[in-house]
Each structure stands twice: as C-alpha cells, then as structure tokens.
Design a protein around this ligand. Structure first.
Ligand code: ZN
Length: 272
C-alpha cells in the first residue's frame, strides 16, 4: 500500500467533515467483513495523516442498525490508524445538557440488539474478553475536552451515552428509564463501534453533539428527524473545526492503556 494510503488517525462520521481537505484521496478498502460504509477519504490535517469513514455512506444510505461497523474499524486499522475520533449526533436526557451542547462521554450503556458486536465470534477467532470498564480512551477524552474548551465550546467532559437499536426514536417511558439509570445522552451509532475499536486495541473517543431533547424531557411531540438534521447542519462547521484542533493535539505516541488491550490474549486471527 502506498504511503499516501496510510493514516495514523481515523475519524468515523464523514459527512461535511472532510470536504475541505486539500490533496485528499478516496480509497477503496476491502476487509474480511466486507466493504466499509463507503470509500475512505485520506488526507492531511494539522500535519497528521487522517482517514475519514463516512459512517452512513456519502449518500447517507446506511441506517444505524445496518452500518458495517466491523468493516469500518478493520479498514481503519489496516491503514495504520491507532486513534479513532467518533463525532455523532445524540439526544439529551437532561435539561442541563441543552441542544447545541458538546458531550465527551466517559461511559456507555449498550441497548442495541441484533448487531454483530465482536470480531471474536468463534473459530478461527479465539475466545477473547477485552476489558471495557472504561470504554473510551482517557487521553483522547482529555485532548478533546481541552481542545473544545480552548475553542470556546465548553464541553461536558463526562456523561453516559446509552446506545439504542433504532432506527426509531425512544418512547417517553424508555427515555425516562434511561435517564433514571444514569444516562445523560442517547444515540444510535456508539455501539458496537466502541467495543470493536477496543477489540482491535484502537483508541476511541466520542464527540457527541446534542441535536435534540429526547422524548422523556421533551414537552412537545417528541424528536423528529428534520429537527436533528437541521441542528447537525448548523453545527457541522464548528464540529469540523474542533475535530481538526483535536487531531492537531493528539499525541504521536500512544501512552494510554488502549494499545495493550490484547496483550497476552490469543486472538486466533491476524490483525491488520
Ligand atoms: Zn488510547
């Protein structure tokens, strides 16, 4: 693979985030799990090589429950990526995290079902149980929190993201239940993305933009799709600027626990 097809940092959530890259190349990547959501776009940001995965495809054809999560993560690692940034749109479960807030979650609750959430699902893969007590990279979270504060977009530097199966939004009762269980934001793509990143010993950091109030705290008729897209569109430039700032300040050397995830474990499969 040519040097121009290598990257050290991955971003999942392409739409609107990489169009202004200079000298970007679109790369077709194949994986043992089929093709990723779309062609990856590789370019340079702040002197770093970055690969962008349009999570839903460039024409937004993949609904959250059909995204080829395994292929996306595998493709990133096969390009040399060690650190993954995952911007996403979420609903807020708390009034103190209003629309337009940025949340860097430190915990996740997985309420998805029917998605393949592991690379280690039987022979030839070994039996592998990765640690997941702290699902997100501590260094990535710290860098993202500081970069956002420096950019004047004071983030919520913690929070629990509950990931639902979708594609429908939550009922009021579900929403109230998630909030009572300690969740502060709700999304549809954060899992199995975080798990799969950990299973490949990648650093993974979520940057969640609050685009709506979830049903339980919404006084009107609940979340609509138009609302979500409008808010996301309004904030996409700000999110892109922040991402680029984070990319520029991520450490070259990974001193966090993430790279050692698979030490001493028999994966049974050769990782790219
Ligand atoms: Zn890490």
């Amino acid at each position: 693979m040519s040097a121009s097809h290598r990257a050290e940092i991955g971003v999942i959530g392409g739409s609107g985030l990489y169009e202004f890259l200079v000298d970007a190349v679109a790369v077709e990547v194949d994986t043992p799990y089929g093709p990723p959501s779309d062609r990856l776009v590789i370019g340079e940001v702040a002197g770093r090589r970055v690969a962008f995965v349009p999570r839903h495809g460039v024409d937004h054809r993949w609904p959250p429950h059909r995204i080829p999560y395994r292929a996306n993560l595998w493709a990133l690692r096969s390009l040399g990526v060690g650190q993954v940034l995952a911007p996403c749109a979420v609903g807020s479960l708390r009034h103190d995290r209003p629309i337009g807030s940025l949340v860097i979650p430190d915990q996740v609750i997985d309420r998805t079902s029917g998605r393949v959430g592991t690379f280690y699902d039987g022979p030839p893969a070994g039996i592998v149980h990765v640690a997941f007590a702290d699902p997100y990279c501590p260094v990535g979270r710290d860098v993202a929190t500081r970069a956002a504060a420096a950019a004047g977009w004071a983030p919520f530097g913690d929070g629990t993201l509950v990931v639902i199966e979708g594609p429908r939004f939550s009922s009021r009762a579900e929403s109230a239940w998630y909030a009572a269980g300690g969740a502060s934001i709700v999304g549809m793509t954060g899992q199995p993305e975080a798990t799969l990143a950990r299973e490949l010993a990648l650093c993974y950091t979520t940057l969640a933009l609050v685009t709506d109030l979830d049903a339980g705290i919404e006084t009107g008729s609940g979340v609509t799709m138009a609302e979500v897209f409008a808010i996301f569109g309004k904030n996409v430039a700000r999110l892109r600027d922040l991402l680029f700032a984070v990319i520029g300040t991520l450490p070259q050397e990974r001193r966090c626990p993430c790279p050692a995830t698979l030490d001493g474990l028999r994966t049974g499969i050769v990782l790219p």
